[in-house]
Design a protein around this ligand. Sequence first.
Ligand code: TMP
Length: 212
Amino acid sequence: MNIQYPGYFLSFEGIDGAGKSTHIEAFGELLKQQHPNREVVMTREPGGTPLGEQLRKLLLDAPMNLETEALLMFAARREHIAQVIEPALQAGKIVISDRFTDASFAYQGGGRGLSLEKLNALEMWVQGRTDGVLLQPNLTILFDLPGAIAEARRSQVRAPDKFEQMDLDFFERVRQEYLRRAKADPKRFHLVDATQTREAIWEELKSLPLEI
Ligand code: TMP
């Protein structure tokens, strides 16, 4: 149960190649089985709405100024919250999002160097409710992997997008910002050591104590 809504909000995070996409669908199916009376909404960022998916294409392909990139990420997020996340949580549904705001702090902040002050202001604007409470996931599952291992894994799959083309130093900075945020909010984050085998990670995910 979400302290603000009857629903439950989960996000999956990690640097590109850390393996979150391997598990997210199966995790959604598991929750559907465990909670047959609850609807499970699978979504993603950037994206999750028709407008958000158009913004995703631009964000992943087009070169742009860093602040433009951050503003578009949060614009897509605002639409996502208004059209999908908030109505679903209000209706008591379980929402699983492949990335949420931690990705902006990690990529645009840690990776590209946008100030924390600006990111905090955007977060407050986009996720702040009229009662002053910030909409946040109940639980964020962070797949943590050294940048070099993630890079090797990425090279085995599809053609890289704009972010996936970034160098190792970039991904190490992204990773460190994710870890910093996880340490600052241990109640919300569950850290997965993504160097483990796929089977071991799945066992860990299956036994997570969720307060749904
Ligand atoms: P995906 O490959 O996990 O679908 O994510 C798309 C890319 O967008 C990924 O490289 C991370 C990046 N991204 C940001 O830079 N900032 C954000 O706020 C989000 C949600 C994603």
